[in-house]
Design a protein around this ligand. Structure first.
Ligand code: M6R
Length: 604
Protein backbone atom coordinates (compact mmCIF):
# COMPACT_ATOMS: atom_id res chain seq x y z
CA UNK A 1 0.00 0.00 0.00
CA UNK A 2 2.35 2.53 -1.38
CA UNK A 3 1.75 5.82 -3.14
CA UNK A 4 2.84 6.37 -6.73
CA UNK A 5 3.01 9.36 -9.07
CA UNK A 6 4.28 10.09 -12.56
CA UNK A 7 4.46 13.34 -14.52
CA UNK A 8 5.11 13.93 -18.21
CA UNK A 9 5.89 17.58 -17.70
CA UNK A 10 6.51 20.72 -19.67
CA UNK A 11 8.78 21.95 -16.86
CA UNK A 12 11.02 20.31 -14.20
CA UNK A 13 9.11 17.73 -12.17
CA UNK A 14 11.22 16.76 -9.13
CA UNK A 15 9.67 19.27 -6.71
CA UNK A 16 6.19 18.48 -7.95
CA UNK A 17 6.73 14.75 -7.58
CA UNK A 18 7.76 15.36 -3.96
CA UNK A 19 4.67 17.53 -3.43
CA UNK A 20 2.52 14.64 -4.63
CA UNK A 21 4.36 12.15 -2.47
CA UNK A 22 3.64 14.33 0.57
CA UNK A 23 -0.06 13.84 -0.18
CA UNK A 24 0.52 10.11 -0.56
CA UNK A 25 2.45 9.59 2.67
CA UNK A 26 -0.81 8.40 4.23
CA UNK A 27 -0.20 5.19 2.28
CA UNK A 28 3.24 4.52 3.72
CA UNK A 29 6.37 6.28 4.89
CA UNK A 30 9.06 3.60 5.12
CA UNK A 31 11.09 5.08 2.24
CA UNK A 32 10.65 7.32 -0.79
CA UNK A 33 12.26 7.77 -4.18
CA UNK A 34 12.16 9.45 -7.58
CA UNK A 35 13.44 8.61 -11.04
CA UNK A 36 13.60 10.96 -14.01
CA UNK A 37 14.92 11.01 -17.55
CA UNK A 38 18.07 13.12 -17.91
CA UNK A 39 19.36 13.26 -21.50
CA UNK A 40 17.34 10.12 -22.15
CA UNK A 41 18.98 8.23 -19.26
CA UNK A 42 17.32 7.15 -16.03
CA UNK A 43 18.57 8.92 -12.92
CA UNK A 44 17.19 8.15 -9.51
CA UNK A 45 17.30 9.46 -5.92
CA UNK A 46 16.10 7.36 -2.97
CA UNK A 47 16.08 7.57 0.81
CA UNK A 48 15.06 5.39 3.72
CA UNK A 49 12.41 6.75 6.10
CA UNK A 50 10.20 9.81 5.79
CA UNK A 51 9.91 12.03 2.74
CA UNK A 52 12.06 14.72 4.37
CA UNK A 53 15.03 12.35 4.02
CA UNK A 54 14.46 12.19 0.27
CA UNK A 55 14.18 15.98 0.18
CA UNK A 56 17.59 16.21 1.86
CA UNK A 57 19.04 13.85 -0.76
CA UNK A 58 17.53 15.97 -3.54
CA UNK A 59 18.84 19.19 -1.98
CA UNK A 60 22.36 17.74 -2.02
CA UNK A 61 22.01 16.13 -5.44
CA UNK A 62 19.17 17.69 -7.48
CA UNK A 63 17.32 15.70 -10.13
CA UNK A 64 16.64 17.95 -13.13
CA UNK A 65 14.12 16.18 -15.33
CA UNK A 66 10.83 17.05 -17.02
CA UNK A 67 9.57 13.46 -17.03
CA UNK A 68 9.66 11.46 -13.83
CA UNK A 69 8.05 9.01 -11.43
CA UNK A 70 7.95 8.85 -7.62
CA UNK A 71 7.04 6.47 -4.83
CA UNK A 72 6.41 6.42 -1.10
CA UNK A 73 6.66 2.93 0.39
CA UNK A 74 4.99 0.74 2.98
CA UNK A 75 7.27 -2.27 2.98
CA UNK A 76 5.88 -5.70 2.13
CA UNK A 77 8.84 -7.62 0.65
CA UNK A 78 12.24 -6.51 1.86
CA UNK A 79 13.24 -4.32 4.78
CA UNK A 80 12.54 -0.57 4.63
CA UNK A 81 16.04 0.34 3.42
CA UNK A 82 17.32 2.59 0.63
CA UNK A 83 18.31 -0.51 -1.35
CA UNK A 84 14.67 -1.67 -1.34
CA UNK A 85 13.21 1.79 -1.98
CA UNK A 86 11.43 2.33 -5.30
CA UNK A 87 11.90 3.16 -8.17
CA UNK A 88 13.52 -0.13 -9.13
CA UNK A 89 15.69 -0.04 -12.20
CA UNK A 90 16.71 -2.76 -14.65
CA UNK A 91 18.41 -1.80 -17.90
CA UNK A 92 16.23 0.80 -19.64
CA UNK A 93 13.31 0.46 -17.21
CA UNK A 94 12.42 2.20 -13.94
CA UNK A 95 9.31 0.98 -12.08
CA UNK A 96 7.24 2.10 -9.10
CA UNK A 97 4.66 -0.31 -7.73
CA UNK A 98 1.79 -0.44 -5.24
CA UNK A 99 0.62 -3.96 -4.41
CA UNK A 100 2.18 -7.41 -4.21
CA UNK A 101 3.49 -9.55 -7.10
CA UNK A 102 2.55 -12.94 -5.69
CA UNK A 103 4.56 -15.03 -8.19
CA UNK A 104 7.72 -12.96 -7.88
CA UNK A 105 9.81 -15.87 -6.53
CA UNK A 106 9.55 -18.17 -9.61
CA UNK A 107 9.87 -15.14 -11.91
CA UNK A 108 13.00 -14.02 -10.10
CA UNK A 109 14.51 -17.51 -10.34
CA UNK A 110 13.75 -17.57 -14.07
CA UNK A 111 15.28 -14.15 -14.63
CA UNK A 112 18.40 -14.98 -12.62
CA UNK A 113 18.81 -18.15 -14.69
CA UNK A 114 18.53 -15.88 -17.73
CA UNK A 115 21.45 -13.75 -16.51
CA UNK A 116 19.60 -10.91 -14.75
CA UNK A 117 21.17 -9.55 -11.58
CA UNK A 118 18.97 -8.25 -8.77
CA UNK A 119 19.90 -5.50 -6.36
CA UNK A 120 16.90 -5.52 -3.96
CA UNK A 121 14.81 -7.95 -1.90
CA UNK A 122 11.53 -6.65 -3.31
CA UNK A 123 8.87 -8.38 -5.34
CA UNK A 124 8.72 -5.28 -7.58
CA UNK A 125 12.16 -5.56 -9.12
CA UNK A 126 11.08 -8.56 -11.23
CA UNK A 127 8.69 -6.25 -13.11
CA UNK A 128 11.54 -3.98 -14.22
CA UNK A 129 13.58 -6.98 -15.39
CA UNK A 130 10.65 -8.59 -17.20
CA UNK A 131 9.88 -5.44 -19.20
CA UNK A 132 13.55 -4.80 -19.92
CA UNK A 133 13.97 -8.38 -21.18
CA UNK A 134 11.10 -7.87 -23.66
CA UNK A 135 12.54 -4.51 -24.76
CA UNK A 136 15.89 -6.17 -25.38
CA UNK A 137 14.11 -8.58 -27.74
CA UNK A 138 13.19 -5.55 -29.84
CA UNK A 139 9.58 -5.10 -28.75
CA UNK A 140 8.11 -1.59 -28.61
CA UNK A 141 7.75 -0.27 -25.02
CA UNK A 142 3.96 -0.67 -24.83
CA UNK A 143 4.11 -4.23 -26.23
CA UNK A 144 6.99 -5.11 -23.91
CA UNK A 145 4.98 -3.77 -20.97
CA UNK A 146 1.86 -5.71 -21.93
CA UNK A 147 3.88 -8.91 -22.42
CA UNK A 148 5.42 -8.51 -18.95
CA UNK A 149 2.03 -7.81 -17.36
CA UNK A 150 0.73 -11.10 -18.72
CA UNK A 151 3.32 -12.89 -16.55
CA UNK A 152 2.28 -11.26 -13.27
CA UNK A 153 -0.15 -12.52 -10.67
CA UNK A 154 -1.17 -10.60 -7.57
CA UNK A 155 -2.21 -7.00 -7.14
CA UNK A 156 -0.55 -4.02 -8.67
CA UNK A 157 -0.63 -0.45 -9.78
CA UNK A 158 2.53 0.08 -11.81
CA UNK A 159 4.06 3.19 -13.34
CA UNK A 160 7.00 2.76 -15.70
CA UNK A 161 9.64 5.04 -17.19
CA UNK A 162 11.69 3.95 -20.24
CA UNK A 163 15.20 5.25 -20.96
CA UNK A 164 15.41 6.81 -24.41
CA UNK A 165 11.63 7.34 -24.59
CA UNK A 166 11.49 11.00 -23.60
CA UNK A 167 7.91 11.99 -22.89
CA UNK A 168 6.51 8.50 -22.29
CA UNK A 169 5.15 7.01 -19.08
CA UNK A 170 3.21 3.73 -18.94
CA UNK A 171 0.89 2.51 -16.20
CA UNK A 172 -1.27 -0.49 -15.35
CA UNK A 173 -3.67 -1.44 -12.58
CA UNK A 174 -5.00 -4.68 -11.22
CA UNK A 175 -6.40 -4.64 -7.71
CA UNK A 176 -4.74 -1.33 -6.75
CA UNK A 177 -6.02 2.10 -7.74
CA UNK A 178 -4.52 4.29 -10.48
CA UNK A 179 -5.78 7.52 -12.02
CA UNK A 180 -4.67 9.56 -15.01
CA UNK A 181 -4.81 13.36 -14.86
CA UNK A 182 -5.04 15.81 -17.74
CA UNK A 183 -3.19 19.11 -17.59
CA UNK A 184 -2.24 21.88 -20.02
CA UNK A 185 0.50 20.31 -22.16
CA UNK A 186 1.24 17.91 -19.30
CA UNK A 187 -0.12 14.56 -18.21
CA UNK A 188 -0.10 12.91 -14.79
CA UNK A 189 -0.63 9.43 -13.40
CA UNK A 190 -0.91 8.52 -9.74
CA UNK A 191 -2.55 6.55 -6.99
CA UNK A 192 -5.47 8.90 -6.45
CA UNK A 193 -6.95 12.27 -7.31
CA UNK A 194 -5.51 13.71 -4.09
CA UNK A 195 -1.98 13.12 -5.39
CA UNK A 196 -2.83 14.97 -8.59
CA UNK A 197 -4.63 17.76 -6.74
CA UNK A 198 -1.89 20.41 -7.07
CA UNK A 199 -1.85 19.96 -10.87
CA UNK A 200 -5.32 19.13 -12.11
CA UNK A 201 -8.88 18.27 -11.12
CA UNK A 202 -9.55 16.46 -14.42
CA UNK A 203 -9.01 12.78 -13.78
CA UNK A 204 -9.78 9.44 -15.38
CA UNK A 205 -10.06 6.43 -13.07
CA UNK A 206 -8.53 3.36 -14.70
CA UNK A 207 -10.50 0.16 -14.30
CA UNK A 208 -9.13 -3.16 -13.16
CA UNK A 209 -7.01 -4.73 -15.86
CA UNK A 210 -6.45 -1.45 -17.75
CA UNK A 211 -3.07 -0.33 -18.95
CA UNK A 212 -2.19 3.08 -20.33
CA UNK A 213 0.55 5.07 -21.96
CA UNK A 214 0.70 8.83 -21.55
CA UNK A 215 2.72 11.52 -23.28
CA UNK A 216 2.40 15.29 -23.65
CA UNK A 217 -0.55 14.85 -26.03
CA UNK A 218 -2.77 12.68 -23.85
CA UNK A 219 -3.45 9.11 -22.78
CA UNK A 220 -4.24 5.89 -24.61
CA UNK A 221 -6.04 3.37 -22.44
CA UNK A 222 -6.38 -0.36 -23.17
CA UNK A 223 -8.53 -2.90 -21.36
CA UNK A 224 -7.33 -6.28 -20.06
CA UNK A 225 -7.73 -7.75 -23.58
CA UNK A 226 -5.56 -5.04 -25.08
CA UNK A 227 -8.53 -3.31 -26.73
CA UNK A 228 -8.46 0.52 -26.78
CA UNK A 229 -11.11 1.91 -24.41
CA UNK A 230 -12.45 5.28 -23.29
CA UNK A 231 -12.90 5.83 -19.56
CA UNK A 232 -15.00 8.76 -18.36
CA UNK A 233 -13.28 12.01 -17.44
CA UNK A 234 -14.34 13.26 -14.01
CA UNK A 235 -13.98 16.72 -12.57
CA UNK A 236 -13.10 16.12 -8.94
CA UNK A 237 -13.51 18.64 -6.10
CA UNK A 238 -9.93 18.57 -4.88
CA UNK A 239 -8.36 21.68 -3.37
CA UNK A 240 -4.80 22.24 -4.50
CA UNK A 241 -3.66 23.28 -1.02
CA UNK A 242 -2.40 20.55 1.27
CA UNK A 243 -4.24 20.34 4.59
CA UNK A 244 -2.20 22.05 7.31
CA UNK A 245 -2.11 21.49 11.07
CA UNK A 246 -2.52 25.20 11.85
CA UNK A 247 -1.66 25.90 15.48
CA UNK A 248 -2.07 22.30 16.55
CA UNK A 249 0.94 20.22 17.45
CA UNK A 250 -0.24 17.18 15.55
CA UNK A 251 -2.88 16.37 12.95
CA UNK A 252 -4.47 14.00 15.46
CA UNK A 253 -4.98 16.86 17.90
CA UNK A 254 -6.45 19.03 15.14
CA UNK A 255 -8.71 16.22 13.99
CA UNK A 256 -10.00 15.63 17.52
CA UNK A 257 -10.95 19.33 17.57
CA UNK A 258 -12.49 19.08 14.08
CA UNK A 259 -15.06 16.59 15.33
CA UNK A 260 -17.99 18.91 16.13
CA UNK A 261 -17.84 20.33 12.57
CA UNK A 262 -17.23 16.93 11.00
CA UNK A 263 -20.29 15.45 12.74
CA UNK A 264 -22.39 18.50 11.97
CA UNK A 265 -21.57 18.31 8.25
CA UNK A 266 -22.14 14.57 8.20
CA UNK A 267 -25.50 14.82 9.93
CA UNK A 268 -26.65 17.48 7.49
CA UNK A 269 -26.49 14.82 4.75
CA UNK A 270 -29.14 12.77 6.58
CA UNK A 271 -31.25 15.06 8.77
CA UNK A 272 -33.51 17.86 7.63
CA UNK A 273 -33.57 20.18 10.68
CA UNK A 274 -36.65 22.05 9.39
CA UNK A 275 -38.89 19.00 9.10
CA UNK A 276 -36.99 16.94 11.72
CA UNK A 277 -36.98 14.00 9.34
CA UNK A 278 -34.14 11.58 8.75
CA UNK A 279 -33.39 9.99 5.37
CA UNK A 280 -31.25 7.20 3.95
CA UNK A 281 -30.84 8.30 0.31
CA UNK A 282 -30.82 5.31 -2.01
CA UNK A 283 -31.83 2.62 0.50
CA UNK A 284 -35.25 1.61 1.78
CA UNK A 285 -34.53 -0.34 4.97
CA UNK A 286 -38.10 -1.69 4.97
CA UNK A 287 -37.14 -3.74 1.91
CA UNK A 288 -34.12 -5.29 3.65
CA UNK A 289 -34.25 -8.34 5.88
CA UNK A 290 -30.64 -8.35 7.04
CA UNK A 291 -27.81 -5.87 7.27
CA UNK A 292 -24.25 -7.15 6.94
CA UNK A 293 -21.63 -4.60 7.97
CA UNK A 294 -18.03 -5.19 6.88
CA UNK A 295 -15.07 -3.02 7.84
CA UNK A 296 -11.59 -3.07 9.37
CA UNK A 297 -10.07 -1.57 12.52
CA UNK A 298 -11.73 1.55 13.86
CA UNK A 299 -14.35 1.50 11.09
CA UNK A 300 -15.38 -1.97 12.29
CA UNK A 301 -15.86 -0.65 15.83
CA UNK A 302 -18.10 2.08 14.39
CA UNK A 303 -20.00 -0.75 12.71
CA UNK A 304 -20.38 -2.57 16.05
CA UNK A 305 -21.99 0.56 17.49
CA UNK A 306 -24.18 0.66 14.37
CA UNK A 307 -25.34 -2.87 15.08
CA UNK A 308 -26.68 -1.86 18.52
CA UNK A 309 -28.59 0.98 16.89
CA UNK A 310 -30.01 -0.88 13.88
CA UNK A 311 -31.19 -3.75 16.06
CA UNK A 312 -32.53 -1.75 19.02
CA UNK A 313 -34.14 1.12 17.07
CA UNK A 314 -35.12 -0.52 13.79
CA UNK A 315 -35.38 -4.22 14.69
CA UNK A 316 -33.19 -4.96 11.68
CA UNK A 317 -31.06 -8.13 12.11
CA UNK A 318 -27.50 -6.88 11.76
CA UNK A 319 -24.13 -8.61 11.69
CA UNK A 320 -20.74 -6.93 11.81
CA UNK A 321 -17.62 -8.68 10.66
CA UNK A 322 -13.99 -7.83 10.18
CA UNK A 323 -13.68 -7.72 6.39
CA UNK A 324 -10.53 -9.85 6.30
CA UNK A 325 -12.46 -12.74 7.91
CA UNK A 326 -15.74 -12.21 6.07
CA UNK A 327 -14.12 -12.63 2.67
CA UNK A 328 -12.61 -16.01 3.50
CA UNK A 329 -15.74 -17.85 4.59
CA UNK A 330 -19.03 -18.48 2.85
CA UNK A 331 -21.44 -16.11 4.60
CA UNK A 332 -25.06 -17.20 4.19
CA UNK A 333 -26.54 -13.97 2.84
CA UNK A 334 -29.85 -14.06 0.99
CA UNK A 335 -31.12 -11.69 -1.71
CA UNK A 336 -32.83 -9.50 0.91
CA UNK A 337 -29.52 -8.58 2.54
CA UNK A 338 -27.70 -5.29 2.26
CA UNK A 339 -23.91 -5.33 2.61
CA UNK A 340 -22.69 -2.05 4.12
CA UNK A 341 -18.97 -1.37 4.05
CA UNK A 342 -17.60 1.30 6.37
CA UNK A 343 -14.31 2.93 5.45
CA UNK A 344 -12.62 6.28 5.84
CA UNK A 345 -10.39 5.80 2.79
CA UNK A 346 -12.74 3.72 0.66
CA UNK A 347 -9.64 1.82 -0.47
CA UNK A 348 -9.00 -0.74 2.30
CA UNK A 349 -8.22 -3.96 0.40
CA UNK A 350 -10.07 -6.40 2.65
CA UNK A 351 -13.20 -4.25 2.88
CA UNK A 352 -13.22 -3.77 -0.87
CA UNK A 353 -12.82 -7.52 -1.43
CA UNK A 354 -15.74 -8.23 0.93
CA UNK A 355 -17.91 -5.77 -1.01
CA UNK A 356 -16.93 -7.34 -4.31
CA UNK A 357 -17.69 -10.79 -2.90
CA UNK A 358 -21.24 -9.61 -2.16
CA UNK A 359 -21.61 -7.84 -5.49
CA UNK A 360 -20.62 -10.98 -7.40
CA UNK A 361 -23.45 -12.83 -5.60
CA UNK A 362 -26.07 -10.24 -6.49
CA UNK A 363 -26.28 -8.77 -2.99
CA UNK A 364 -27.00 -5.03 -2.86
CA UNK A 365 -23.96 -3.09 -1.67
CA UNK A 366 -23.56 0.23 0.08
CA UNK A 367 -20.54 2.02 1.52
CA UNK A 368 -20.25 4.63 4.23
CA UNK A 369 -17.11 6.42 3.09
CA UNK A 370 -15.24 9.62 3.76
CA UNK A 371 -13.36 9.65 0.42
CA UNK A 372 -16.16 10.21 -2.04
CA UNK A 373 -13.97 9.55 -5.11
CA UNK A 374 -12.60 6.27 -3.75
CA UNK A 375 -12.90 2.84 -5.34
CA UNK A 376 -15.59 1.76 -2.85
CA UNK A 377 -17.60 4.91 -3.49
CA UNK A 378 -17.53 4.23 -7.21
CA UNK A 379 -18.21 0.48 -7.09
CA UNK A 380 -21.16 0.24 -4.69
CA UNK A 381 -24.85 0.51 -5.49
CA UNK A 382 -25.34 3.24 -2.87
CA UNK A 383 -22.77 5.60 -1.37
CA UNK A 384 -23.48 7.06 2.06
CA UNK A 385 -21.07 9.93 2.75
CA UNK A 386 -19.35 11.05 5.88
CA UNK A 387 -18.15 14.65 5.67
CA UNK A 388 -15.19 14.54 8.04
CA UNK A 389 -12.86 16.21 5.52
CA UNK A 390 -9.35 14.85 4.94
CA UNK A 391 -8.10 12.83 7.91
CA UNK A 392 -4.30 12.85 7.93
CA UNK A 393 -3.37 11.33 11.31
CA UNK A 394 -3.01 7.57 11.01
CA UNK A 395 -5.10 7.15 14.16
CA UNK A 396 -8.69 7.65 13.10
CA UNK A 397 -10.68 10.16 15.18
CA UNK A 398 -13.05 12.43 13.30
CA UNK A 399 -13.70 9.78 10.65
CA UNK A 400 -14.83 7.42 13.43
CA UNK A 401 -17.24 9.84 15.10
CA UNK A 402 -18.58 10.89 11.69
CA UNK A 403 -19.20 7.22 10.87
CA UNK A 404 -21.01 6.74 14.18
CA UNK A 405 -23.07 9.91 13.58
CA UNK A 406 -24.08 8.74 10.10
CA UNK A 407 -24.92 5.23 11.34
CA UNK A 408 -27.08 6.70 14.11
CA UNK A 409 -28.98 8.78 11.55
CA UNK A 410 -29.38 5.78 9.23
CA UNK A 411 -30.69 3.65 12.11
CA UNK A 412 -33.31 6.31 12.90
CA UNK A 413 -34.31 6.42 9.21
CA UNK A 414 -34.50 2.61 9.20
CA UNK A 415 -36.66 2.61 12.35
CA UNK A 416 -39.12 4.99 10.70
CA UNK A 417 -39.17 3.08 7.40
CA UNK A 418 -39.76 -0.20 9.25
CA UNK A 419 -42.61 1.36 11.26
CA UNK A 420 -40.79 0.88 14.56
CA UNK A 421 -41.25 4.56 15.40
CA UNK A 422 -43.68 7.27 14.37
CA UNK A 423 -42.98 10.76 13.09
CA UNK A 424 -42.95 12.19 16.64
CA UNK A 425 -40.25 9.82 17.86
CA UNK A 426 -38.28 10.33 14.64
CA UNK A 427 -38.31 14.09 15.31
CA UNK A 428 -37.29 13.59 18.95
CA UNK A 429 -34.38 11.30 18.04
CA UNK A 430 -33.28 13.66 15.26
CA UNK A 431 -33.25 16.49 17.81
CA UNK A 432 -31.15 14.43 20.22
CA UNK A 433 -28.71 13.55 17.48
CA UNK A 434 -28.39 17.15 16.31
CA UNK A 435 -27.20 18.01 19.85
CA UNK A 436 -24.19 15.70 19.43
CA UNK A 437 -21.80 18.24 17.82
CA UNK A 438 -22.28 20.62 20.77
CA UNK A 439 -21.78 17.82 23.31
CA UNK A 440 -18.65 16.66 21.50
CA UNK A 441 -17.35 20.25 21.65
CA UNK A 442 -18.07 20.32 25.39
CA UNK A 443 -16.21 17.03 25.87
CA UNK A 444 -13.19 18.43 24.00
CA UNK A 445 -13.17 21.64 26.07
CA UNK A 446 -13.48 19.74 29.32
CA UNK A 447 -10.32 17.64 29.00
CA UNK A 448 -8.60 18.92 32.17
CA UNK A 449 -9.34 15.60 33.88
CA UNK A 450 -7.10 13.72 31.58
CA UNK A 451 -3.57 15.16 32.09
CA UNK A 452 -2.86 13.49 35.49
CA UNK A 453 -4.38 10.22 34.29
CA UNK A 454 -2.30 10.27 31.10
CA UNK A 455 0.84 10.65 33.26
CA UNK A 456 -0.05 7.42 35.07
CA UNK A 457 -1.01 5.49 31.95
CA UNK A 458 2.19 6.51 30.18
CA UNK A 459 4.11 4.50 32.83
CA UNK A 460 2.08 1.32 32.28
CA UNK A 461 3.13 -1.65 30.22
CA UNK A 462 -0.41 -3.00 29.79
CA UNK A 463 -3.80 -1.31 29.93
CA UNK A 464 -7.28 -2.86 29.88
CA UNK A 465 -10.42 -1.08 28.62
CA UNK A 466 -13.89 -2.22 29.69
CA UNK A 467 -17.36 -1.26 28.49
CA UNK A 468 -20.90 -2.64 28.21
CA UNK A 469 -23.45 -2.27 25.44
CA UNK A 470 -22.42 0.41 22.94
CA UNK A 471 -19.49 1.24 25.24
CA UNK A 472 -17.95 -2.16 24.50
CA UNK A 473 -16.93 -1.17 20.93
CA UNK A 474 -15.58 2.05 22.47
CA UNK A 475 -13.46 -0.05 24.82
CA UNK A 476 -12.04 -1.86 21.78
CA UNK A 477 -11.49 1.48 20.04
CA UNK A 478 -9.78 2.96 23.12
CA UNK A 479 -7.38 0.02 23.28
CA UNK A 480 -6.62 0.24 19.54
CA UNK A 481 -6.02 3.99 19.76
CA UNK A 482 -3.63 3.64 22.70
CA UNK A 483 -1.59 0.80 21.24
CA UNK A 484 -1.26 2.23 17.74
CA UNK A 485 0.14 5.61 18.78
CA UNK A 486 1.79 5.04 22.18
CA UNK A 487 2.96 1.41 21.64
CA UNK A 488 1.53 0.44 25.05
CA UNK A 489 -0.08 -2.98 25.00
CA UNK A 490 -3.85 -2.52 25.50
CA UNK A 491 -6.90 -4.76 25.21
CA UNK A 492 -10.60 -3.97 25.20
CA UNK A 493 -13.16 -6.30 26.78
CA UNK A 494 -16.88 -6.41 27.33
CA UNK A 495 -17.11 -5.60 31.07
CA UNK A 496 -19.08 -8.80 31.72
CA UNK A 497 -16.24 -10.88 30.26
CA UNK A 498 -13.78 -9.68 32.89
CA UNK A 499 -14.29 -12.57 35.24
CA UNK A 500 -14.03 -15.11 32.41
CA UNK A 501 -10.27 -14.67 32.16
CA UNK A 502 -8.93 -11.12 31.91
CA UNK A 503 -9.35 -10.53 35.67
CA UNK A 504 -6.23 -12.69 36.09
CA UNK A 505 -4.28 -9.76 34.61
CA UNK A 506 -5.42 -7.33 37.29
CA UNK A 507 -2.65 -5.95 39.47
CA UNK A 508 -1.58 -2.50 40.65
CA UNK A 509 0.60 -1.99 37.55
CA UNK A 510 -2.24 -2.46 35.03
CA UNK A 511 -4.65 0.47 34.73
CA UNK A 512 -8.22 -0.55 33.88
CA UNK A 513 -10.10 2.14 31.96
CA UNK A 514 -13.85 1.71 32.37
CA UNK A 515 -16.22 3.57 30.03
CA UNK A 516 -19.61 3.83 31.76
CA UNK A 517 -22.09 6.68 31.34
CA UNK A 518 -24.81 6.75 34.01
CA UNK A 519 -27.26 4.63 32.01
CA UNK A 520 -29.21 1.43 32.66
CA UNK A 521 -25.99 -0.61 32.59
CA UNK A 522 -24.03 1.57 35.02
CA UNK A 523 -24.69 -0.46 38.15
CA UNK A 524 -23.60 -3.70 36.54
CA UNK A 525 -20.37 -2.12 35.32
CA UNK A 526 -19.90 -0.61 38.77
CA UNK A 527 -19.86 -4.15 40.19
CA UNK A 528 -17.08 -5.04 37.76
CA UNK A 529 -15.10 -2.02 38.98
CA UNK A 530 -15.51 -3.18 42.59
CA UNK A 531 -14.21 -6.62 41.59
CA UNK A 532 -11.10 -5.00 40.15
CA UNK A 533 -10.54 -2.71 43.14
CA UNK A 534 -10.95 -5.66 45.55
CA UNK A 535 -7.98 -7.27 43.78
CA UNK A 536 -5.74 -4.23 44.06
CA UNK A 537 -6.41 -2.97 40.51
CA UNK A 538 -6.33 0.73 39.52
CA UNK A 539 -9.52 1.92 37.85
CA UNK A 540 -9.99 5.01 35.69
CA UNK A 541 -13.71 5.60 35.21
CA UNK A 542 -14.91 7.65 32.25
CA UNK A 543 -18.44 8.68 33.13
CA UNK A 544 -20.70 11.74 33.49
CA UNK A 545 -21.22 13.90 36.60
CA UNK A 546 -24.04 11.66 37.85
CA UNK A 547 -21.99 8.50 37.36
CA UNK A 548 -19.08 10.12 39.21
CA UNK A 549 -21.20 10.50 42.35
CA UNK A 550 -21.90 6.76 42.26
CA UNK A 551 -18.37 5.64 41.46
CA UNK A 552 -16.91 3.04 43.81
CA UNK A 553 -14.36 4.33 46.31
CA UNK A 554 -10.81 4.56 45.00
CA UNK A 555 -11.37 5.12 41.28
CA UNK A 556 -9.91 8.05 39.31
CA UNK A 557 -12.62 9.80 37.35
CA UNK A 558 -12.80 11.51 33.95
CA UNK A 559 -16.10 13.38 33.56
CA UNK A 560 -17.72 13.70 30.14
CA UNK A 561 -20.89 15.71 29.42
CA UNK A 562 -24.16 14.08 30.45
CA UNK A 563 -26.05 12.98 27.34
CA UNK A 564 -28.83 10.83 25.95
CA UNK A 565 -27.69 7.18 25.46
CA UNK A 566 -28.29 7.61 21.71
CA UNK A 567 -25.28 9.93 21.41
CA UNK A 568 -23.13 8.54 24.24
CA UNK A 569 -20.79 6.69 21.81
CA UNK A 570 -20.08 10.04 20.11
CA UNK A 571 -19.50 11.97 23.32
CA UNK A 572 -17.51 9.27 25.14
CA UNK A 573 -15.27 8.72 22.12
CA UNK A 574 -13.58 12.05 22.91
CA UNK A 575 -11.96 11.20 26.27
CA UNK A 576 -10.61 7.90 24.97
CA UNK A 577 -9.05 9.71 22.00
CA UNK A 578 -7.58 12.42 24.21
CA UNK A 579 -6.15 9.87 26.66
CA UNK A 580 -4.38 8.03 23.80
CA UNK A 581 -3.16 11.31 22.32
CA UNK A 582 -1.78 12.70 25.58
CA UNK A 583 -0.08 9.42 26.49
CA UNK A 584 1.58 9.25 23.06
CA UNK A 585 2.81 12.85 23.38
CA UNK A 586 4.21 12.12 26.86
CA UNK A 587 6.04 9.12 25.45
CA UNK A 588 7.47 11.24 22.61
CA UNK A 589 5.92 8.95 20.00
CA UNK A 590 5.41 9.87 16.35
CA UNK A 591 1.70 10.56 16.85
CA UNK A 592 0.62 11.14 13.26
CA UNK A 593 2.80 8.53 11.60
CA UNK A 594 3.28 5.66 14.08
CA UNK A 595 5.80 2.98 13.28
CA UNK A 596 4.87 0.12 10.93
CA UNK A 597 1.48 1.62 10.06
CA UNK A 598 -0.09 3.40 7.13
CA UNK A 599 -3.28 5.40 6.91
CA UNK A 600 -4.75 3.31 4.15
CA UNK A 601 -4.21 -0.45 4.05
CA UNK A 602 -4.49 -1.46 0.42
CA UNK A 603 -2.88 -4.89 0.66
CA UNK A 604 -4.34 -8.02 2.26
O1 M6R B 1 -9.79 3.57 5.60
P1 M6R B 1 -10.50 2.58 6.49
O2 M6R B 1 -11.52 3.22 7.37
O3 M6R B 1 -11.07 1.43 5.72
O4 M6R B 1 -9.37 2.00 7.43
C1 M6R B 1 -9.65 0.95 8.32
C2 M6R B 1 -8.56 0.78 9.34
O5 M6R B 1 -7.33 0.52 8.71
C3 M6R B 1 -8.39 2.02 10.22
O6 M6R B 1 -9.58 2.36 10.85
C4 M6R B 1 -7.31 1.77 11.30
O7 M6R B 1 -7.74 0.79 12.18
C5 M6R B 1 -6.97 3.09 12.02
N1 M6R B 1 -5.57 3.34 11.92
C6 M6R B 1 -7.29 3.08 13.47
O8 M6R B 1 -7.02 4.30 14.07
Amino acid sequence: MCGIIGIVGAAPVAERLVESLRRLEYRGYDSAGLAGLVDGRIERRRAEGKLRNLEAVLAADPLVATVGIGHTRWATHGAPTTRNAHPHVAGRIAVVHNGIIENFAPLKAELIADGHRFESDTDTEVVAHLIDRELAKGLAPVTAFKTALDRLSGAYALVVLVAGEEGLIMGARRGSPLVVGEGEGEMYIGTDALALGPFTNRVVHLEDGDFVDIDHDGARIFDRDGEPVERPLRIVPIASALVEKGNYRHFMEKEIHDQPDACQHTLSAYIDPITSTVSSPGVDFAAIDRLQIVACGTACYAGMIGRYLFESLAGLPTDVEIASEFRYREPALGPGALCLAISQSGETADTLAALRWCKERGITTAALVNSHESTMAREVDVMFPTHAGPEIGVASTKAFTSQVAALTALAIAAARQRNRIGAGEEARLAGVLLEAPRLIADAILDDGWIAPIAQEIAKARDVLYLGRGAMYPLALEGALKLKEISYIHAEGYAAGELKHGPIALVDEATPIIVIAPSDALFEKTSSNMSEVIARGGRVVLITDAHGATHAPEGVSVVIAPHCDPLVAPLVFAVPIQVIAYQVAVLKGADVDQPRNLAKSVTVE
